[in-house]
Design a protein around this ligand. Sequence first.
Ligand SMILES: [Zn+2]
Length: 204
Amino acid sequence: MAEQEGVIKYRLDFESGSAPDEDLAELIVCRSILHGLDMIGQHPDRYGGYGYGNLSRRAGGDAFLISASQTGGLAELEPEHFTRVSEVDIEGNRVRARGPLPPSSEALTHAMIYCLDQAITCVLHVHEPRLWQYGLARGLPATEATVAYGTPAMARAVQQLFEQGRLARQRILFMAGHEDGVIAFGNSSDQALAVLLRHWIDSR
Ligand SMILES: [Zn+2]
């Protein structure tokens, strides 16, 4: 069963504030590429018209900067479209964030990737039907259809995959329970983007 995009499932402790000070240029370029390829976007006939896809980068310790909720339809993002997630309690399903707009509904999913390895500095979450089907059919690292995104159960499943080694090596994850949902990550935005695009090309 496909899940509704855009629905925040975690408890959000949000404080309104200014755009992040960090340099977001690389992340914004990366995001423009993904939007151009329809891996991030918003269409009336997809996912009930909700925006889809989001990305983030680590901002020291466990904090990260993530694209804001429902920005999928914008062709270009500005720093004002990013929010700082300063604290995440995955088991407790809580997110603390500060910025001009609330964080993506999938902030918890990003947090669980950053928890896996301190060297991971960029997480991309896209929706791409053909890539998703390709990844699941090829037996690439995937979470079960019964595991809902952004839940403690998903975090445990991802950790298990990472510890088994394949996810740690391949750096791409297919979520069978989240329609068209793919996550790629890396030690830089270039690395994460390269992983994603290499598989996307293979899926064409
Ligand atoms: Zn998604």
